[in-house]
Design a binder for this molecule. Structure first.
Ligand SMILES: O=P(O)(O)OC[C@H]1O[C@@H](O)[C@H](O)[C@@H](O)[C@@H]1O
Length: 229
């Protein structure tokens, strides 16, 4: 019997990490607030969501300290903040609801899978090897591999290149405004996950689908975003 669901071209799903593979936004918020307080810098949750969420550490730290941070200092400050985050989140580390079943279903259909994250490599190891999720993915792109962070499209364009799928045939899964913009600017369809933002806040971002988590998704529903069927 012919497979009516298959597509005649390769397609890929590119996943953001924080807030998507894991529902950890509150832990990042608390880590940033603790970190800022320690350095006597003013920072609120609202400022975090607007200016830091989903962005690479170079941009986040420049926002917190209101100045560009030289490379050596950036490494030290980043690891200080991320150590606080990992300590807070470690006891709660778990995949987002429905994620594992969804990844298995995609792999069974031969869909290429990649991660595109603004996180540093230390947090990628913590999450992808800690769960472990790395075996599901054909490629992982983190902040050490790119020049410009989200909302620039570089992270997702690099991920598409690594899995050898053209951008128009890629679907990005994102929770952050900066990440949604990065996916759209890369010429990709975006599925927004309503973890950091509410469903209502995500309406009007340009995301093709908005879901609470992966339990509401099927391979067919996302395939339609690239095949247009
Ligand atoms: O959402 P992504 O791209 O996985 O981003 C990771 C970054 O997300 C931010 O929200 C965190 O505050 C950072 O510390 C983290 O590195």
């Amino acid at each position: 019997m012919p497979d009516t669901h298959s597509s005649d071209f390769a397609w890929a799903c590119l996943f953001d990490m924080d807030g998507v593979l894991v529902d950890n936004t509150d832990f990042h918020v608390n880590a940033w607030l603790q970190f800022a307080q320690k350095h006597n810098r003013p920072l609120t949750k609202e400022q975090y969501v607007e200016n830091i969420n989903g962005r690479v550490s170079a941009d986040a730290m420049a926002y917190v300290f209101q100045r560009p941070i030289p490379p050596g200092e950036l490494i030290v400050l980043t690891e200080e903040k991320e150590a606080i985050y990992r300590e807070l989140y470690r006891p709660h580390l778990q995949p987002a609801p429905g994620l594992l079943d969804f990844l298995v279903a995609l792999r069974e259909q031969g869909v290429k899978l990649a991660v595109g994250t603004s996180a540093p490599e230390s947090n990628v190891r913590f999450t992808l090897d800690g769960l472990p999720l790395r075996p599901y993915f054909n490629a992982v792109v983190d902040s050490s591999m790119i020049h410009k962070g989200k909302p620039d499209p570089e992270i997702y364009l690099t991920a598409a290149e690594r899995v050898d799928v053209e951008p128009a045939h890629c679907i990005v899964f994102e929770d952050a405004f900066a990440g949604i913009e990065a996916g759209l600017r890369a010429g990709m369809s975006v599925v927004a996950i309503a973890t950091t933002h509410t469903h209502d806040e995500l309406v009007g971002t340009g995301a093709a689908l908005i879901v609470d988590d992966f339990r509401g998704l099927t391979v067919d529903a996302v395939r339609q975003l690239v095949t247009g069927k």
